[in-house]
Write a new protein. Structure first.
Length: 294
């Protein structure tokens, strides 16, 4: 894949996270009584239908490459999707998203363990301050099942993003997303049947809209994390929190209080600071490279 700048990868992630908030809003409209596993199955089914036309020209052999990692990511993604529906149906949109955005902090130590990435003091500081902002927003006096579910979502997002680099680079983004959903469908269908609720196709439209939006987010993650080391851009995941606050207010009348706003600033400010630091470092490295070549 063509080498991209840190700024490009962070911009892509910011766009993806803002789009993901709209997907979360659609899930939230389902309410607490929705058949969770049916809804998750509908999301996967609609995703496969959306992606299939983009993969028709691919060879059959290309789909067989890296199936082990596709299998792992598919079921991690399925786990996250189930807990996402649970948490969004109970928690305010901004609160749920604040917990989801613990994912970048989780990614930092995992990246060091799995890939041996070196964490700069800037990345560590941005992650710690950002997570402190998450805690300020959530004010965790006790951990509810919904909050625990949101933490599971954060963990699955972190794992899936890190495992992107295990996937074959010769596969297109559409192929990657198609396999993630297709391989997970048998498990989600079994869960939907075991759920023992009347089969209802009416949520399919909502599921399709949510699926289309989350596919855009997933595609931005594939592009960004294939292009740049995760510790350099992970903090960009926090950007969607502003969108969650705005959408929560406009659609669900969830008015953020002063503490929520303070926590949001604590999350966004390190992101802007880290981007500035990385730009300076990139410029410095470019100047040094030019000097060495001369």
């Amino acid at each position: 894949m063509k080498k991209r700048s840190v700024g490009f990868a962070m911009t892509i992630l910011i766009i993806g996270n803002l789009v993901a908030v709209l997907s979360d809003a659609l899930i939230k409209t389902m309410g607490k009584d929705a058949a969770i596993f049916q809804f998750v199955f509908f999301r996967q089914l609609s995703a496969v239908i959306i992606l299939l036309p983009f993969c028709l020209t691919a060879t059959k052999q290309s789909f067989l490459i890296g199936l082990k990692w596709h299998f792992v990511r598919a079921h991690v993604w399925l786990l996250g999707a189930v807990f996402m529906v649970i948490s969004l149906s109970t928690l305010p949109l901004a609160t749920a998203n604040a917990i989801f955005y613990a994912a970048p902090l989780i990614m930092l130590p995992l990246a060091m363990i799995i890939y041996g990435e070196k964490l700069s003091r800037y990345s560590i500081a941005a992650g710690i301050i950002g997570f402190a902002g998450v805690l300020v927003i959530v004010r965790p006096t006790d951990i509810s099942w919904a909050a625990f579910g949101a933490l599971v979502v954060a963990l699955t997002i972190a794992i899936n993003n890190l495992f992107i680099r295990k996937l074959p680079t010769q596969q297109s983004v559409a192929q990657t997303l198609l396999l993630t959903n297709l391989i997970g469908m048998p498990a989600s269908l079994i869960l939907a049947l075991l759920e023992n609720k009347p089969w209802d196709w009416s949520p399919l439209i909502t599921a399709s809209g949510s699926s289309a939006l989350i596919l855009i987010y997933a595609a931005t993650c594939v592009v960004a994390y294939r292009a740049v080391e995760s510790n350099k851009i992970a903090s960009a995941e926090y950007s969607g929190l502003i969108g969650a606050v705005i959408v929560g207010y406009l659609l669900f009348n969830e008015v953020p209080d002063t503490t929520t706003l303070i926590g949001t600033v604590m999350i966004i400010a390190p992101l802007l600071w880290l981007a500035k630091v990385e730009r300076k470092q990139h410029k410095k490295d470019s100047i040094q490279a030019i000097a060495v070549n001369e």
